[in-house]
Design a protein around this ligand. Structure first.
Ligand code: EPZ
Length: 441
């Protein structure tokens, strides 16, 4: 178990380059299982979620080579159909293999994803979509067991209680790419990562129209060939750097950030007084001398404000002037970070699916634990604006989705250091611990 030791830092000056999008890479790597030939995926982030997806593909019998930012999948006529608990329990996005396996192998056993700190994450829409195409499912010994002698095109409504589903859309679209006949997905997710998967499948020979809109039409083809494909830049990583600049101040150019993917984020940050210039292939983000103004934010499916930036936005609002209301419309329980931010002196209360954030003049460093991936980034950013030392545990969450985050921060002048659990934090913290345990007395 590792921790990050953080001291107050900033402003951020310079340039960062955005990596490929984790949430585009995961379904795309899984969709390589649909092809007859090897595919080469470029701009793949070196994060543990992608390493886990590679492990699952290897477990199924494919060969995966991942070096630098290039990941090559050779299906090799793989015969596996089981995504085991040991791997699925470490990453919910393992469900991405369900559609490709059913379409290609006629059966799939994927461990049922369990609970999650960001709230209930059912898979009913995934199953509903694939069932409409002819698959049958049972839950046996903790596994989703699916069979499909033949998948046929169908008209499928994929809207749920909280709107569209990103990975249910990618699962159905992947399966429909080689199903018999035409599939129409209504209430499809419109996220850029869904569009990226569609473009990848099209490059493999699939016939897909309407991706990026709520109605996607897929005409199944006999076979998909191998391709070389480049993943889109990670809009959530870009948004995290934008929020970091708002929190720490400075002037940061974010290379690879696509304004078209970040409209709601740009809009909100401009409301807080940030200056954002759209350059060719990058965004320049500056914080003026004015204090950050509190703004209300509601998370929504794309093109709304992304739920994955709610926690970093909360860290920003914790230091803003005024009161803001952050409302979750995608994951109503995604608020575990409130208690951790409050441990640092923030003033945040939860009311139903909203957090009421009263901006405070200062945060004070404390030991905190990241409950999930995006909360980990939020706590790091809060620590960089807090007095004295902050110690962030649960760093494995950060490693799931942010490549080189702390190294980039260090390069930009931030005071942040990773230690192993055995290493002692600095003297000040050690002193506090000793006092607490009575050793000083
Ligand atoms: C994707 O998860 C992302 N993960 C998540 O990013 C992201 O937060 C989420 O989309 C929303 O944008 C990947 O792409 C790997 P959903 P996904 O199905 O597809 C409900 C991160 O930090 N729902 O779009 O699993 C669900 O409970 C991660 O990078 C059903 O009701 O999310 C939620 O309320 C975390 N039934 C809403 O839909 C279902 O069958 C949207 O979830 C499926 C989902």
């Amino acid at each position: 178990m590792e921790k990050l030791l953080i001291h107050k830092s900033g402003p951020l000056q310079g340039t960062v380059a955005i990596h490929g999008a984790k949430n585009a890479a995961l379904p795309i790597v899984a969709a390589c299982l649909l092809g007859d030939e090897p595919s080469i995926i470029e701009n793949v982030p070196q994060v543990t979620d992608v390493l886990l997806m590679s492990e699952i593909l290897r477990h199924l019998g494919a060969t995966v080579d991942f070096s630098g930012d290039r990941l090559t999948v050779s299906p090799n006529g793989y015969a596996g159909t089981v995504a085991p608990y040991e791997l699925v329990s470490r990453m919910r996005a393992s469900i991405c293999v369900l559609g490709p396996l059913l379409a290609r192998q006629g059966k799939a056993q994927v461990s049922m994803p369990g609970g999650c700190v960001i709230g209930p994450r059912p898979v009913d829409l995934h199953l509903k979509g694939l069932q409409a195409m002819g698959a049958t499912f049972s839950i046996e010994h903790g596994y989703i067991v699916g069979t499909a002698n033949e998948l046929r095109g169908a008209k499928i409504h994929l809207g749920g209680s909280f709107g569209s589903s990103v990975l249910a859309t990618t699962n159905v679209m992947s399966a429909a790419a080689i199903a018999d006949g035409v599939t129409v997905i209504e209430h499809a997710a419109c996220e850029p990562e869904v569009v990226d998967l569609a473009n990848f499948l099209i490059a493999m020979g699939a016939r897909i129209e309407g991706h990026g809109s709520p109605v996607i039409r897929i005409e199944g083809v006999e076979r998909l060939h191998g391709v070389r494909y480049r993943i889109i830049p990670d809009r959530i990583e870009a948004g995290t750097w934008m929020t970091a600049t708002a929190i720490l101040g400075g002037d940061l150019t974010i290379e690879g950030a696509l304004a078209d993917h970040l409209g709601a984020v740009i809009d909100k940050l401009c409301e807080t007084t940030m200056a954002i210039d759209k350059l060719n292939g990058s965004l320049r983000v500056r914080r003026s001398r004015d204090p950050i103004r509190a703004v209300d934010v509601t998370t929504l499916p794309f093109p709304g404000f992304p739920t994955d930036l709610q926690a970093p936005m909360m860290a920003l609002m914790a230091r803003a002037r005024g009161v803001s209301v952050l409302t979750e419309r995608v994951y109503p329980e995604r608020f575990m970070h409130i208690a951790e931010l409050n441990r640092m002196g923030a003033s945040i209360t939860r009311e139903g699916t909203s957090a009421i954030v009263k901006g405070v003049d200062r945060l004070s460093g404390a030991p905190v634990t990241a409950p999930d991936l995006r909360a980990s980034a939020a706590l790091v950013l809060a620590g960089l604006t807090a007095e004295n030392q902050t110690e962030v545990g649960g760093v494995e969450h950060l490693d799931r989705g942010y490549q080189d985050f702390e190294n980039e921060l260090v390069r930009l002048g931030a005071d942040i250091r990773r230690i192993t659990a055995e290493e002692r934090p600095d003297a000040a913290l050690a002193f506090n611990v000793e006092r607490d345990t009575g050793e000083e007395r």
